[in-house]
Write a protein that binds this ligand. Structure first.
Ligand SMILES: *Cc1c(COP(=O)(O)O)cnc(C)c1O
Length: 424
Protein backbone atom coordinates (compact mmCIF):
# COMPACT_ATOMS: atom_id res chain seq x y z
CA UNK A 1 0.00 0.00 0.00
CA UNK A 2 1.37 3.43 -0.92
CA UNK A 3 2.06 6.08 1.73
CA UNK A 4 -0.73 8.16 0.19
CA UNK A 5 -3.18 5.30 0.61
CA UNK A 6 -2.03 4.65 4.17
CA UNK A 7 -2.39 8.28 5.15
CA UNK A 8 -5.79 8.52 3.50
CA UNK A 9 -6.99 5.47 5.39
CA UNK A 10 -5.81 6.95 8.68
CA UNK A 11 -7.27 10.33 7.82
CA UNK A 12 -10.69 8.92 7.05
CA UNK A 13 -10.87 7.34 10.48
CA UNK A 14 -10.68 10.72 12.23
CA UNK A 15 -11.50 13.45 9.70
CA UNK A 16 -14.80 13.51 7.76
CA UNK A 17 -13.93 12.19 4.31
CA UNK A 18 -10.28 12.35 5.29
CA UNK A 19 -10.03 16.03 4.35
CA UNK A 20 -10.47 19.43 5.96
CA UNK A 21 -12.08 20.98 2.87
CA UNK A 22 -14.28 18.88 0.59
CA UNK A 23 -12.74 19.65 -2.80
CA UNK A 24 -9.48 18.06 -1.68
CA UNK A 25 -11.07 14.62 -1.49
CA UNK A 26 -10.81 13.54 -5.17
CA UNK A 27 -14.44 12.43 -4.94
CA UNK A 28 -15.33 14.00 -8.29
CA UNK A 29 -12.44 12.39 -10.15
CA UNK A 30 -12.02 9.20 -8.15
CA UNK A 31 -8.86 7.80 -6.59
CA UNK A 32 -6.79 8.69 -3.54
CA UNK A 33 -5.93 12.31 -2.80
CA UNK A 34 -2.22 13.00 -2.78
CA UNK A 35 -0.86 13.88 0.65
CA UNK A 36 1.66 16.60 -0.03
CA UNK A 37 4.86 16.80 1.96
CA UNK A 38 6.77 19.60 0.28
CA UNK A 39 6.44 22.46 -2.18
CA UNK A 40 9.10 24.49 -3.89
CA UNK A 41 8.51 26.91 -6.75
CA UNK A 42 6.16 25.33 -9.29
CA UNK A 43 6.45 21.85 -7.80
CA UNK A 44 4.89 19.77 -5.03
CA UNK A 45 5.96 16.35 -3.81
CA UNK A 46 3.61 13.74 -2.38
CA UNK A 47 4.12 11.23 0.43
CA UNK A 48 5.34 8.62 -2.07
CA UNK A 49 8.00 10.95 -3.45
CA UNK A 50 6.26 11.75 -6.75
CA UNK A 51 6.80 15.28 -8.05
CA UNK A 52 4.09 17.29 -9.78
CA UNK A 53 3.95 20.61 -11.62
CA UNK A 54 1.29 22.31 -9.51
CA UNK A 55 -1.58 24.32 -11.02
CA UNK A 56 -3.60 24.47 -7.81
CA UNK A 57 -1.24 26.72 -5.86
CA UNK A 58 -3.17 26.17 -2.63
CA UNK A 59 -6.32 27.11 -4.65
CA UNK A 60 -4.96 30.47 -5.73
CA UNK A 61 -2.82 32.12 -3.04
CA UNK A 62 0.62 30.94 -4.18
CA UNK A 63 1.14 33.34 -7.07
CA UNK A 64 4.90 33.32 -6.45
CA UNK A 65 5.04 29.53 -6.22
CA UNK A 66 5.69 27.39 -3.15
CA UNK A 67 8.00 28.49 -0.34
CA UNK A 68 9.14 31.68 -2.06
CA UNK A 69 12.31 32.79 -0.23
CA UNK A 70 11.11 36.37 0.40
CA UNK A 71 7.81 35.14 1.84
CA UNK A 72 9.39 32.47 4.01
CA UNK A 73 11.95 34.99 5.30
CA UNK A 74 9.21 37.48 6.20
CA UNK A 75 7.28 34.78 8.08
CA UNK A 76 10.39 33.64 9.98
CA UNK A 77 11.45 37.11 10.94
CA UNK A 78 7.97 38.16 12.05
CA UNK A 79 7.34 34.94 14.00
CA UNK A 80 10.50 35.50 16.03
CA UNK A 81 9.00 38.75 17.31
CA UNK A 82 5.75 37.15 18.51
CA UNK A 83 2.96 35.21 16.84
CA UNK A 84 -0.06 37.26 17.81
CA UNK A 85 -0.94 40.19 20.04
CA UNK A 86 -4.61 41.01 19.66
CA UNK A 87 -3.45 44.61 19.53
CA UNK A 88 -2.68 46.79 16.50
CA UNK A 89 0.63 46.35 14.66
CA UNK A 90 2.44 48.42 12.03
CA UNK A 91 2.25 45.57 9.50
CA UNK A 92 -1.54 45.85 9.37
CA UNK A 93 -1.28 49.55 8.62
CA UNK A 94 1.17 48.85 5.85
CA UNK A 95 -1.14 46.20 4.39
CA UNK A 96 -4.16 48.52 4.54
CA UNK A 97 -2.21 51.32 2.83
CA UNK A 98 -1.00 48.99 0.13
CA UNK A 99 -4.49 47.60 -0.58
CA UNK A 100 -6.00 51.09 -0.79
CA UNK A 101 -3.24 52.23 -3.12
CA UNK A 102 -3.54 49.20 -5.43
CA UNK A 103 -7.35 49.22 -5.55
CA UNK A 104 -8.57 52.84 -5.62
CA UNK A 105 -12.19 51.80 -4.91
CA UNK A 106 -11.02 50.87 -1.40
CA UNK A 107 -10.83 53.85 0.95
CA UNK A 108 -11.06 51.96 4.23
CA UNK A 109 -10.30 48.29 4.71
CA UNK A 110 -10.70 45.73 7.49
CA UNK A 111 -8.53 42.60 7.66
CA UNK A 112 -9.98 39.19 8.53
CA UNK A 113 -8.65 35.62 8.37
CA UNK A 114 -10.46 34.06 5.39
CA UNK A 115 -12.40 34.82 2.27
CA UNK A 116 -15.55 33.50 3.91
CA UNK A 117 -15.23 36.00 6.73
CA UNK A 118 -14.67 38.80 4.23
CA UNK A 119 -17.81 38.09 2.19
CA UNK A 120 -19.95 37.35 5.24
CA UNK A 121 -18.88 40.63 6.85
CA UNK A 122 -19.33 42.66 3.66
CA UNK A 123 -22.86 41.30 3.34
CA UNK A 124 -23.72 42.18 6.95
CA UNK A 125 -22.33 45.65 6.38
CA UNK A 126 -24.37 46.12 3.20
CA UNK A 127 -27.52 45.07 5.03
CA UNK A 128 -26.65 47.32 7.95
CA UNK A 129 -26.16 50.45 5.87
CA UNK A 130 -29.17 49.92 3.61
CA UNK A 131 -31.56 48.60 6.23
CA UNK A 132 -32.63 46.02 3.62
CA UNK A 133 -32.38 42.22 3.67
CA UNK A 134 -32.40 40.87 0.15
CA UNK A 135 -29.13 39.67 -1.35
CA UNK A 136 -28.66 38.97 -5.05
CA UNK A 137 -26.04 36.43 -6.10
CA UNK A 138 -25.41 34.55 -9.31
CA UNK A 139 -25.66 30.90 -10.18
CA UNK A 140 -22.33 29.12 -9.97
CA UNK A 141 -20.58 31.91 -8.07
CA UNK A 142 -19.01 30.85 -4.77
CA UNK A 143 -18.57 33.34 -1.96
CA UNK A 144 -17.45 31.16 0.90
CA UNK A 145 -19.60 29.03 3.15
CA UNK A 146 -21.68 31.52 5.16
CA UNK A 147 -25.36 30.50 5.23
CA UNK A 148 -26.76 33.35 3.17
CA UNK A 149 -24.18 32.78 0.44
CA UNK A 150 -24.49 28.99 0.17
CA UNK A 151 -27.52 29.29 -2.01
CA UNK A 152 -27.59 28.32 -5.64
CA UNK A 153 -30.51 28.27 -8.02
CA UNK A 154 -31.67 25.38 -10.10
CA UNK A 155 -31.96 26.29 -13.74
CA UNK A 156 -34.52 28.72 -14.95
CA UNK A 157 -35.62 32.24 -14.25
CA UNK A 158 -35.75 34.03 -10.93
CA UNK A 159 -35.54 31.28 -8.38
CA UNK A 160 -35.91 31.84 -4.69
CA UNK A 161 -33.62 30.19 -2.20
CA UNK A 162 -33.00 26.54 -2.69
CA UNK A 163 -30.23 26.01 -0.17
CA UNK A 164 -27.48 24.08 -1.83
CA UNK A 165 -26.38 22.90 1.60
CA UNK A 166 -28.39 21.08 4.22
CA UNK A 167 -28.47 23.09 7.43
CA UNK A 168 -29.17 26.45 5.82
CA UNK A 169 -32.56 27.53 7.21
CA UNK A 170 -35.17 28.20 4.54
CA UNK A 171 -35.77 31.58 6.22
CA UNK A 172 -32.14 32.49 5.53
CA UNK A 173 -32.19 31.20 1.98
CA UNK A 174 -35.38 33.16 1.31
CA UNK A 175 -33.37 36.38 1.60
CA UNK A 176 -31.05 35.31 -1.20
CA UNK A 177 -32.16 35.76 -4.80
CA UNK A 178 -30.13 33.72 -7.28
CA UNK A 179 -29.90 34.97 -10.86
CA UNK A 180 -28.13 33.77 -14.00
CA UNK A 181 -24.50 34.85 -14.33
CA UNK A 182 -24.02 37.10 -17.37
CA UNK A 183 -27.79 37.54 -17.77
CA UNK A 184 -28.32 41.31 -17.77
CA UNK A 185 -31.99 41.00 -18.74
CA UNK A 186 -32.82 38.89 -15.71
CA UNK A 187 -31.00 41.36 -13.50
CA UNK A 188 -33.05 44.25 -14.90
CA UNK A 189 -36.25 42.31 -14.22
CA UNK A 190 -35.18 41.59 -10.65
CA UNK A 191 -34.45 45.24 -9.93
CA UNK A 192 -37.68 46.34 -11.59
CA UNK A 193 -39.76 44.12 -9.32
CA UNK A 194 -37.70 44.03 -6.10
CA UNK A 195 -35.26 46.94 -6.39
CA UNK A 196 -36.31 48.68 -3.16
CA UNK A 197 -35.64 45.50 -1.13
CA UNK A 198 -32.17 44.67 -2.47
CA UNK A 199 -29.41 45.38 0.04
CA UNK A 200 -26.53 44.07 -2.03
CA UNK A 201 -25.46 42.28 -5.16
CA UNK A 202 -22.39 40.10 -4.84
CA UNK A 203 -20.54 38.82 -7.90
CA UNK A 204 -17.31 37.16 -8.90
CA UNK A 205 -16.41 39.49 -11.79
CA UNK A 206 -14.38 36.67 -13.26
CA UNK A 207 -16.09 33.54 -11.98
CA UNK A 208 -13.55 30.97 -10.90
CA UNK A 209 -15.59 28.52 -8.88
CA UNK A 210 -17.50 27.00 -11.79
CA UNK A 211 -14.36 26.60 -13.86
CA UNK A 212 -13.32 29.96 -15.40
CA UNK A 213 -16.17 32.12 -16.71
CA UNK A 214 -15.45 35.83 -17.21
CA UNK A 215 -18.32 38.28 -16.88
CA UNK A 216 -19.31 40.09 -20.04
CA UNK A 217 -18.39 43.78 -19.94
CA UNK A 218 -22.01 44.80 -20.49
CA UNK A 219 -23.23 42.59 -17.65
CA UNK A 220 -21.00 44.33 -15.09
CA UNK A 221 -21.87 47.77 -16.46
CA UNK A 222 -25.60 47.09 -16.21
CA UNK A 223 -25.05 45.73 -12.70
CA UNK A 224 -23.19 48.87 -11.65
CA UNK A 225 -25.86 51.16 -13.08
CA UNK A 226 -28.75 49.24 -11.46
CA UNK A 227 -27.12 49.18 -8.02
CA UNK A 228 -26.49 52.92 -8.19
CA UNK A 229 -30.03 53.65 -9.35
CA UNK A 230 -31.68 51.51 -6.66
CA UNK A 231 -29.31 52.22 -3.78
CA UNK A 232 -28.02 48.64 -3.51
CA UNK A 233 -24.43 47.95 -2.47
CA UNK A 234 -22.35 46.37 -5.24
CA UNK A 235 -19.87 43.87 -3.82
CA UNK A 236 -17.11 42.50 -6.06
CA UNK A 237 -15.89 39.27 -4.56
CA UNK A 238 -12.26 39.41 -5.62
CA UNK A 239 -11.06 36.79 -3.14
CA UNK A 240 -9.79 34.82 -6.12
CA UNK A 241 -9.29 37.52 -8.78
CA UNK A 242 -7.62 40.14 -6.56
CA UNK A 243 -3.92 40.39 -7.54
CA UNK A 244 -4.49 37.30 -9.71
CA UNK A 245 -6.02 38.61 -12.94
CA UNK A 246 -4.00 41.83 -12.80
CA UNK A 247 -2.52 44.37 -10.38
CA UNK A 248 -5.89 46.13 -9.94
CA UNK A 249 -8.00 43.00 -9.86
CA UNK A 250 -11.00 42.38 -12.08
CA UNK A 251 -12.26 45.90 -11.29
CA UNK A 252 -9.16 47.28 -12.97
CA UNK A 253 -9.57 45.03 -16.01
CA UNK A 254 -13.22 45.95 -16.56
CA UNK A 255 -13.05 49.55 -15.40
CA UNK A 256 -16.13 48.98 -13.23
CA UNK A 257 -16.01 50.28 -9.66
CA UNK A 258 -17.73 48.32 -6.88
CA UNK A 259 -18.86 49.84 -3.57
CA UNK A 260 -17.21 47.06 -1.57
CA UNK A 261 -14.50 44.54 -2.48
CA UNK A 262 -13.65 41.29 -0.73
CA UNK A 263 -10.13 39.89 -0.89
CA UNK A 264 -8.30 36.78 0.29
CA UNK A 265 -6.03 34.13 -1.23
CA UNK A 266 -3.13 36.07 -2.84
CA UNK A 267 -3.17 38.82 -0.17
CA UNK A 268 -2.19 36.17 2.38
CA UNK A 269 0.48 34.57 0.20
CA UNK A 270 -0.40 31.14 1.63
CA UNK A 271 -1.31 32.29 5.14
CA UNK A 272 -4.84 33.05 6.40
CA UNK A 273 -5.63 36.64 5.43
CA UNK A 274 -8.83 38.07 4.03
CA UNK A 275 -10.06 41.64 3.72
CA UNK A 276 -13.11 43.66 2.89
CA UNK A 277 -13.09 47.33 2.05
CA UNK A 278 -14.52 50.06 -0.11
CA UNK A 279 -16.34 53.37 0.10
CA UNK A 280 -15.45 55.33 3.20
CA UNK A 281 -19.07 56.21 4.04
CA UNK A 282 -20.03 52.53 3.99
CA UNK A 283 -16.94 51.20 5.80
CA UNK A 284 -17.37 53.85 8.50
CA UNK A 285 -20.49 51.96 9.64
CA UNK A 286 -18.30 49.11 10.96
CA UNK A 287 -17.62 48.85 14.72
CA UNK A 288 -16.05 50.68 16.52
CA UNK A 289 -17.00 53.61 14.22
CA UNK A 290 -20.53 52.42 13.51
CA UNK A 291 -23.30 50.02 14.49
CA UNK A 292 -22.36 47.01 12.28
CA UNK A 293 -20.43 44.53 14.41
CA UNK A 294 -17.46 42.58 13.08
CA UNK A 295 -14.43 41.24 14.94
CA UNK A 296 -11.73 38.55 15.05
CA UNK A 297 -9.20 37.32 17.62
CA UNK A 298 -6.58 36.64 14.95
CA UNK A 299 -7.64 39.31 12.42
CA UNK A 300 -4.59 41.01 10.92
CA UNK A 301 -2.32 38.38 12.46
CA UNK A 302 1.25 39.70 12.08
CA UNK A 303 2.80 36.50 10.71
CA UNK A 304 0.01 36.05 8.16
CA UNK A 305 0.08 39.70 7.15
CA UNK A 306 3.88 39.56 6.76
CA UNK A 307 3.50 36.69 4.28
CA UNK A 308 0.85 38.63 2.38
CA UNK A 309 2.88 41.84 2.29
CA UNK A 310 6.00 40.06 1.05
CA UNK A 311 3.90 38.46 -1.68
CA UNK A 312 2.18 41.68 -2.74
CA UNK A 313 5.48 43.55 -2.92
CA UNK A 314 6.71 41.06 -5.54
CA UNK A 315 3.38 40.99 -7.36
CA UNK A 316 3.24 44.78 -7.69
CA UNK A 317 6.72 45.07 -9.25
CA UNK A 318 6.57 46.57 -12.75
CA UNK A 319 6.38 43.84 -15.39
CA UNK A 320 5.28 41.08 -12.98
CA UNK A 321 1.79 40.64 -14.43
CA UNK A 322 2.95 41.04 -18.02
CA UNK A 323 5.32 38.10 -17.55
CA UNK A 324 2.88 35.96 -15.59
CA UNK A 325 0.05 36.61 -18.04
CA UNK A 326 2.36 35.77 -20.96
CA UNK A 327 3.27 32.44 -19.30
CA UNK A 328 -0.42 31.66 -18.80
CA UNK A 329 -1.22 32.66 -22.39
CA UNK A 330 1.51 30.31 -23.65
CA UNK A 331 0.00 27.45 -21.65
CA UNK A 332 -3.51 28.15 -22.95
CA UNK A 333 -2.37 28.55 -26.56
CA UNK A 334 -0.48 25.25 -26.28
CA UNK A 335 -3.54 23.50 -24.88
CA UNK A 336 -5.79 24.90 -27.60
CA UNK A 337 -3.32 23.81 -30.29
CA UNK A 338 -2.83 20.29 -28.89
CA UNK A 339 -3.67 17.74 -31.59
CA UNK A 340 -6.66 15.56 -30.68
CA UNK A 341 -9.25 13.32 -32.27
CA UNK A 342 -12.15 15.19 -33.92
CA UNK A 343 -14.57 13.63 -31.45
CA UNK A 344 -12.89 15.30 -28.45
CA UNK A 345 -14.48 18.67 -27.64
CA UNK A 346 -11.83 20.61 -25.72
CA UNK A 347 -10.63 24.17 -25.28
CA UNK A 348 -8.87 26.43 -22.79
CA UNK A 349 -9.00 30.12 -21.85
CA UNK A 350 -7.40 32.47 -19.35
CA UNK A 351 -7.76 35.85 -17.65
CA UNK A 352 -4.43 37.03 -16.29
CA UNK A 353 -2.93 34.10 -14.39
CA UNK A 354 -6.20 32.15 -14.01
CA UNK A 355 -7.12 29.57 -16.62
CA UNK A 356 -9.89 27.14 -17.47
CA UNK A 357 -9.85 23.88 -19.42
CA UNK A 358 -13.21 22.83 -20.81
CA UNK A 359 -14.43 19.61 -22.32
CA UNK A 360 -16.75 21.40 -24.72
CA UNK A 361 -16.21 23.16 -28.04
CA UNK A 362 -16.19 26.78 -26.79
CA UNK A 363 -15.50 28.39 -23.40
CA UNK A 364 -18.74 28.61 -21.39
CA UNK A 365 -20.42 31.93 -20.63
CA UNK A 366 -22.97 30.72 -18.08
CA UNK A 367 -23.51 28.13 -15.38
CA UNK A 368 -25.74 26.13 -17.73
CA UNK A 369 -22.98 26.00 -20.32
CA UNK A 370 -20.45 24.93 -17.71
CA UNK A 371 -22.77 22.07 -16.79
CA UNK A 372 -22.79 20.88 -20.41
CA UNK A 373 -19.09 20.02 -20.34
CA UNK A 374 -18.04 16.36 -20.46
CA UNK A 375 -17.11 15.49 -16.89
CA UNK A 376 -16.05 11.92 -17.61
CA UNK A 377 -13.61 13.22 -20.21
CA UNK A 378 -12.21 15.69 -17.67
CA UNK A 379 -11.74 12.95 -15.11
CA UNK A 380 -9.75 10.82 -17.56
CA UNK A 381 -7.70 13.91 -18.51
CA UNK A 382 -7.06 14.73 -14.84
CA UNK A 383 -5.71 11.24 -14.05
CA UNK A 384 -3.63 11.09 -17.23
CA UNK A 385 -1.97 14.39 -16.30
CA UNK A 386 -1.46 13.32 -12.71
CA UNK A 387 0.30 10.18 -13.92
CA UNK A 388 2.44 12.43 -16.13
CA UNK A 389 3.49 14.66 -13.21
CA UNK A 390 0.94 17.48 -13.60
CA UNK A 391 -1.37 18.37 -10.71
CA UNK A 392 -4.66 20.03 -11.68
CA UNK A 393 -7.54 20.73 -9.31
CA UNK A 394 -9.49 17.48 -8.90
CA UNK A 395 -12.72 18.80 -10.38
CA UNK A 396 -14.01 19.94 -13.77
CA UNK A 397 -15.48 23.00 -12.05
CA UNK A 398 -12.31 24.66 -10.77
CA UNK A 399 -10.05 27.25 -12.33
CA UNK A 400 -6.32 26.64 -12.67
CA UNK A 401 -3.54 28.90 -11.40
CA UNK A 402 -0.14 29.65 -12.89
CA UNK A 403 2.61 31.04 -10.66
CA UNK A 404 5.67 33.15 -11.38
CA UNK A 405 7.73 30.02 -10.68
CA UNK A 406 6.36 28.10 -13.68
CA UNK A 407 9.13 27.92 -16.30
CA UNK A 408 8.88 27.57 -20.06
CA UNK A 409 9.94 23.93 -19.60
CA UNK A 410 7.12 23.35 -17.08
CA UNK A 411 4.59 24.80 -19.51
CA UNK A 412 6.00 22.71 -22.39
CA UNK A 413 5.83 19.54 -20.29
CA UNK A 414 2.23 20.34 -19.33
CA UNK A 415 1.19 20.94 -22.94
CA UNK A 416 2.88 17.68 -23.97
CA UNK A 417 1.13 15.78 -21.19
CA UNK A 418 -2.20 17.29 -22.23
CA UNK A 419 -1.64 16.33 -25.86
CA UNK A 420 -0.81 12.75 -24.86
CA UNK A 421 -3.92 12.63 -22.66
CA UNK A 422 -6.20 14.03 -25.35
CA UNK A 423 -4.85 11.61 -27.95
CA UNK A 424 -6.10 8.88 -25.59
C1 LIG B 1 -12.00 30.99 -2.12
C2 LIG B 1 -13.11 31.95 -2.29
C3 LIG B 1 -13.87 32.39 -1.19
C4 LIG B 1 -13.73 31.81 0.19
O1 LIG B 1 -12.48 32.03 0.73
P1 LIG B 1 -11.99 31.08 1.97
O2 LIG B 1 -10.68 31.69 2.35
O3 LIG B 1 -11.89 29.71 1.39
O4 LIG B 1 -13.02 31.18 3.02
C5 LIG B 1 -14.81 33.38 -1.41
N1 LIG B 1 -15.00 33.90 -2.63
C6 LIG B 1 -14.30 33.49 -3.71
C7 LIG B 1 -14.54 34.13 -5.02
C8 LIG B 1 -13.34 32.49 -3.57
O5 LIG B 1 -12.69 32.06 -4.66
Amino acid sequence: MSRNDQLFERAQRRIPGGVNSPVRAFRAVGGTPRFLVRGEGAYVWDADGARYIDYVGSWGPLILGHAHPAVVAAVRETALAGLSFGAPTALEVEMAELLCQALPSIELVRLVSSGTEATMSALRLARGVTGRSLLVKFEGCYHGHADALLVKAGSGALTFGHPSSAGVPAETAAHTLVLGFNDARQLEDAFRTRGAAIAAVIVEPVAGNMNLVPARQEFLEVLRALCTKHGAVLIFDEVMTGFRVGPRGAQGLYGVTPDLTTLGKVIGGGMPVGAFGGRRDIMAQIAPLGPVYQAGTLSGNPVAVAAGLATLKCVLQPGFFERLTATTATLVAGLNAAPRPDAVAFCAAHVGAMFGVYFRARPPESYAEVMQSDRAAFNRFFHALLADGVYLAPSAYEAGFVSAAHSAADIAHTVGAAARALAG
